[in-house]
Design a protein. Structure first.
Length: 376
């Protein structure tokens, strides 16, 4: 292990200890489930997946490229069925804080303009082109308090980097573009392409794709679609900077979801603890439970999650679970949804059984509770 890695490892352990000891505490047993990437395209369908393999792109080596796609009506139906079976001490079911990307590339318009300019479409327009997808399914979950959209950004895409590769006539990116796919990354292509999903990598911005415009568009579309403002935000790939926080503060975003680590760039990290307040009066909500069954089929995810939840409660912290959309999707491989929902159902049953005083909340409710200082 080199010196840099050793230093980073020691730094992480030190700040993990600080994160556990500092910040907001409560005797209440609170569980929040935060799930990213809703609304964003990933792998469009099984046919495109098979085409990628024939072209030599190892999409089978990335669980996002293998399983993740827009949520279908069936995905929502099965997810809501599981959630509604479980109740907390207040007779509330678990609720998914669905961190949503509100736009996707408008592939047709970009191509019609000879790749000279970037255009996007609302995620609702993307959904409308898929026969098995429907915004009505989203609204059913919202109405039944099982699904609570919050803002994840405009699109899960570094626009400038992506457009540069399109304009350079990269064969891999041209193939992906022709199949309405943006998720080819460094680990699955022969030419070691960069990641295109790091939306706020500050090294790759042009005037037409400014942070201010992207975020203001995102906030506006979110409110227009859902009819309320998003109180919280999480940056794609946990990469954001102070300017992003300032822009978000100006549009009334009060809570910043994320892990303990905020990535400024590839070399600089900032560490946060639960309830920490920044210079704009926003509070950080730090995840402390990782539950990603799709990422590693060999792990005992339920045992690991229960240990992390127990640890959170021992520290008088809420359990904030990270569980990406990919774990709920079955349109490409149905077995992904079936197996993961079975595990998830078992986990929820165990949580309610072990801690009958459990309280399920969404991220905004937790943020409001911390902001009110109700338990301090």
């Amino acid at each position: 292990m080199n010196i840099t890695r050793l230093r980073n490892s020691a730094e992480y352990r030190a700040f993990k200890y600080i994160n556990e000891k500092r910040g907001w505490k409560t005797d209440r047993k609170i569980v929040v489930i935060e799930s990213d990437d809703w609304g964003s395209i990933r792998m469009p369908n099984r046919d495109v997946y098979e085409k990628c393999l024939k072209q030599g792109f190892r999409v089978d080596q990335s669980h996002y490229n293998k399983y993740d796609s827009l949520a279908s009506k069936q995905d929502f139906e099965h997810l809501f069925s599981i959630l509604s079976q479980h109740k907390d001490k207040n007779n509330n079911s678990p609720v998914i804080t669905a961190n949503t990307l509100v736009a996707n590339p408008d592939f047709k318009r970009i191509e019609d303009n000879n790749f000279s300019k970037y255009y996007y479409e609302r995620f609702t327009d993307t959904i409308n082109r898929y026969d098995d997808c429907s915004l009505a399914a989203w609204n059913e979950g919202i109405d039944n308090e099982l699904f609570f959209p919050q803002l994840h950004g405009r699109e899960h895409l570094n626009i400038t980097r992506w457009m540069e590769y399109l304009q350079s006539k990269s064969k891999e990116i041209a193939f992906a573009f022709d199949n309405n796919l943006i998720g080819l990354g460094p680990s699955i292509t022969n030419n070691k392409l960069p990641s295109f999903v790091q939306a706020f990598d500050q090294k790759h911005y042009l005037a037409d794709h400014s942070i201010e415009k992207i975020l203001k568009d995102a906030v506006s579309i979110f409110e227009d679609v859902f009819g309320y403002q998003s109180k919280s935000f999480i940056a794609p790939n946990y990469i954001w900077n102070k300017r992003i926080e300032e822009v978000l503060a100006n549009v009334n975003v009060k809570y910043l979801q994320g892990g303990m680590v905020q990535k400024i760039n590839s070399k600089k990290n900032i560490y946060h603890y639960l309830g920490e307040e920044n210079s704009f009066g926003q509070l950080y909500l730090t995840r402390n439970v990782i539950y990603e069954p799709s990422s590693d089929l060999k792990k005992d995810w339920n045992s690991l999650a229960l240990k992390q939840i127990k640890r959170a409660f021992q520290l008088n912290k809420p359990a904030i679970i990270c569980m990406h959309r990919v774990n709920f999707i079955g349109s490409i491989f149905e077995v992904n949804r079936v197996n993961n929902l079975k595990l998830f159902n078992e986990l929820l049953s165990q949580i309610v059984q072990i801690w009958p005083e459990i309280e399920f909340m969404n991220s905004a409710q937790l943020g409001d509770l911390i902001a009110s200082d109700a338990d301090l």
